[in-house]
Write a protein that binds this ligand. Structure first.
Ligand SMILES: [Fe+2]
Length: 240
């Protein structure tokens, strides 16, 4: 993102930062000041082994209808690392609500009424990384892990949320070789840098991903109570 003009810089010094106003202002993405460690392949392999492959179980794009080939995605799949403990039960609970709200929002809506848990062992480095950002587990709604092989893509779409259309997900690029694209319609490709965390607005803008590199692209995305990291978001915004 370009440096904010001097006028805005002065205005921001004389006004209080309001988190909700900021998140809903229409910014498509923003880099977060979160140091991202380097994880080796064994860490990724263990994450996949321990995760819940939710897209195999819940055909989001087909709205519960059985389909053989989903042309909206190619080789794209989400692995839940943290989420509702009983996935089948949660599917039943949210049946009928998933046309208007994506999985992040549904987890937020049901966060206090059902049991949520980690799939990862306590010492798993990705779990430790997320817990350092959110020491209170109640602030975490869902953590997903995505491995997109070369040639894989996710077709342009907007994620559903009835409640708001602002910055929402924390998106962490773990492996991001040259040739990967995270496009936002009318904004262009987000300038994603490997081992960097961002907030993204997947609720307002059409977006897509495409791996044109020859390496698997690995990302982590976190749905969480952003108010619990309000200071970090403010500090990240001001240091752009
Ligand atoms: Fe999306």
């Amino acid at each position: 993102m370009h440096k904010f003009p001097k006028l805005i810089e002065e205005v921001s010094q004389n006004n209080q930062f309001d988190l909700d106003n900021f998140l809903n202002s229409g910014i498509p993405w923003m880099k977060l000041n979160i140091p991202v460690p380097e994880f080796d392949q064994t860490v990724f392999d263990r994450a996949v082994e321990q995760s819940t492959n939710w897209r195999e179980q819940w055909k989001f794009t087909s709205k519960q209808e059985k389909i053989d080939i989903d042309h909206q995605v190619k080789e794209w799949n989400g692995q839940v690392l943290f989420g509702p403990s009983d996935w089948d039960n949660w599917m039943d609970l949210t049946l009928g609500q998933n046309k208007d709200n994506d999985e992040d929002r549904l987890c937020m809506m049901h966060r206090n009424s059902i049991d949520f848990s980690w799939r990862l062992n306590e010492s798993h480095p990705i779990r430790t990384f997320v817990e350092d950002i959110f020491p209170n587990q109640k602030d975490i709604n869902i953590v997903n892990f995505y491995v997109l092989p070369p040639g894989g893509y996710l077709f342009p779409h907007v994620d559903q949320c009835e409640a708001h259309s602002g910055l929402n997900k924390i998106y962490v690029a773990l492996n991001w070789s040259e040739g990967n694209e995270f496009g936002f319609y009318k904004w262009g490709n987000a300038p994603i840098i490997e081992r960097t965390a961002y907030l993204i607005n997947n609720y307002r803008y059409v977006h897509w991903v495409l791996n044109r590199s020859d390496q698997p692209r690995v990302v982590l995305d976190i749905g969480a109570n952003l108010h619990s990291i309000g200071n970090l978001i403010e500090e990240s915004f001001k240091s752009q």
